[in-house]
Every structure is written in C-alpha cells, then in structure tokens.
Design a binder for this molecule. Structure first.
Ligand code: PEP
Ligand code: MN
Length: 337
C-alpha cells in the first residue's frame, strides 16, 4: 500500500500514519518528495486492514501497489526521482554523461582524462580503483591510492566521482572519496552490500547483472531504497545472450520499459555492452533516443595502452565528437545535453 499524504499534511499527521501502518504489522517507509510525502506500507501480509486510513487527517490517497518492487515503482512515486550530483541532476530533462577510464592508472592519466571529459560536457568522472576482474591474475586496481587520485582530480576539475565498491567492508572507505558508489554487474545481487548502501547518504549507481531480468534489477534497487537511501541510478550495460559480435547485448527495450515502470533514473553503459570502440557511439546515440537519462562511457587518452578494457574505450577526441553528435539526438527526442 502507498499512503499519499496531502501537500499540507503536518509532521504530526505523517507520524500518526506511520504509527497506524506499524500498528497493522507492516513496515512504514517514509519517502520524502519535493512536493508531498508518501508512506509505503510494506509487508508479506496478504490481507491488511486499512479501514480508516483514507479518512485519517492529512491523507490524500491510499493506493494498493501491485508490482513486486514497491518502492522503485512509479505507483509509489509517479514523478521522476532526480538524483543530484555536484554540477548536475540525473533523471531530469538534461541527459547527463559520466566518463573516464575503466581503471585509474595514475594521477597524470586521470587528470588528462578528467579535463578532456569536463571540456566535452561530462558531469561525472568514472574510474575503477577496485576492479572486479574475471581473472585473479589481471590488474586489480590501485585501491585506496586510486580513490585518493579520483577525489583530488574530481575536486580540482569539478566533476562528481563515480567509482565501484566491491564489498561491504569497503563501503566506508569508498564513500569517503566518492560522490557516487557504483555496484558492478557481478555484484547486483550482493544483497548484504545493497543493504549497507541503503544506509548511506550518497547516490548508488546500480548496474544490471549480466544474466539478471529487469524485475531482478528493480528488486536489487529495492534493497537500497528500503534501507532509506532514495538516490539510486539504474544502469543498463548489456546482458549475456547467444550473440557474440558484441561483448554483451544491449537491451534498449529494457531502457524504455524501465522508464515506464520506475521513477528512478536510468542510464546506459554502451562501452561494456559494445566491447569494441567503433560500436560505442552508435549504441550511445541509440540509448539516448530510447529515453536514457544519461550515459557511462569509457575514455582514455591512449586506449590501446589502457590497463583495462582499452578495446572498448574511446579516445578523448572521439568522446568529444560523440558528445556533439549526442546533442542532436537528445534534441530530436525533446531532451537537452
Ligand atoms: C566497469 O564499469 O568498469 C565495470 C566493471 O562494469 P560492469 O560491472 O558493468 O562489468
Ligand atoms: Mn571496464
């Protein structure tokens, strides 16, 4: 159930409703909106006695939620939820781009990339300090040193830092340096990690697992939302199919569908989906045309020398050119960049 409080509902009326919901044996999650507050009444119970809820002071509407993802659904919150980054908002009309290397390799490399992507119009700098590698023999990231580099460069250039957290015991450390904590595809259903991120007051960028359904992605987001953190950005990065000409298959249907069913911002990572540089620009443009709120793009000054994912990484010049082309696509679908 969702209890939509009226625009003039007082704090006492909201608290009284929270008490009523809890009194009925349900959990009350208060979702504070810019215009009005909503209480999600959550529980496994099939039959809930909601008598008197609608007539309670300050209540505007009481709506049953049918979808399994109660907090992420548009039923819970019909308007889009904007996620604020320093320098921009994800989930409003402007398409926002986060770009940077797959892995942080050093200060000079990170600074060069940051300046290039900032000049091209990016709002965030991505870069892995902790890398989830398929092989334990591959470069695992610069770890805390990488976080320090990201933080310093982000502040210097004026970009929000987006970086991956691999495990619960890294959450505090990564949150100290990052503006947005990324949960990678391989960790989408690490429920303990999601619960820990739910307690944070920082945005979470949640990537779709390589074999996860859209409902599973939304239920993963639900873990973060249920903890009280409403700042979740969903990211489609391709799923595994029988197709082997791209590294993964980018489902643009999922992007369009997600925009219909959830109020959370949806962005697309064309780099990991494509797996090769030449396919990144067309996938990026298609994603914006399909309604994505933003993009996560891998960029490096010398991709062929990059320590990780060079083959799918754009040069700074290619990124800048892509940003220009994206502007035309964004305008064609009624968005800005
Ligand atoms: C990444 O963004 O560098 C990354 C490892 O992505 P994914 O989790 O989508 O594979
Ligand atoms: Mn990568």
């Amino acid at each position: 159930m969702i209890i939509v409080m009226g625009t003039s509902a007082t704090e006492e009326q909201i608290q009284a409703m929270v008490d009523k919901v809890e009194g009925a044996g349900l959990e009350a999650v208060l979702l504070r909106g810019e215009k009005r507050n909503v209480i999600a009444a959550i529980g496994d119970k099939r039959e809930v006695h909601t008598d008197g809820w609608l007539a309670a002071p300050g209540v505007d509407r009481v709506i049953p939620i049918l979808s399994p993802y109660k907090l992420a659904s548009r039923e819970a919150s019909p308007g889009a939820t904007p996620v604020r980054l320093d320098g921009g908002v994800v989930g409003q009309n402007k398409v926002q781009v986060i770009a940077g290397p797959c892995a942080v390799e050093g200060l000079d490399q990170t600074l060069d990339i940051a300046e290039a992507v900032k000049a091209a119009g990016a709002v965030g700098l991505r870069g892995g300090a902790y890398k989830p590698r398929t092989s334990p023999h591959s470069f695992q990231g610069l770890e805390e040193e990488g976080l320090k580099i990201l933080h310093e460069v982000g502040r210097h250039v004026g970009l929000a830092i987006v970086t991956e957290v691999l495990a619960v015991d890294q959450v505090d450390l990564v949150a100290r340096y990052a503006d947005v904590l990324q949960v990678g595809a391989r960790n989408m259903q690490n429920f303990v990690l999601l619960k820990a991120l739910g307690k944070l007051d920082k945005p979470v960028l949640l990537k779709r697992g390589i074999s996860a359904t859209v409902d599973e992605l939304l239920l993963a987001a639900e873990y973060v939302l249920k903890g009280g953190n409403s700042q979740v950005i969903l990211c489609c990065r391709g799923i595994r199919t029988f197709e082997d000409h791209t590294r993964f298959t980018l489902s643009l249907g999922a992007v369009a569908y997600l925009k219909q069913v959830t109020h959370l911002p949806v962005i697309v990572d064309p780099s990991h989906a494509a797996g090769q540089r030449s396919l990144v620009p067309p996938l990026a443009k298609a994603a914006v045309a399909a309604g994505a709120d933003g993009l996560l793009v891998e960029v490096h000054p010398e991709p062929d020398k990059a320590l990780v994912d060079g083959h799918q990484t754009l040069t700074c010049e290619q990124f800048s050119q892509l940003m220009g082309e994206l502007r035309t696509v964004a305008e064609a679908v009624g968005r800005t960049m």
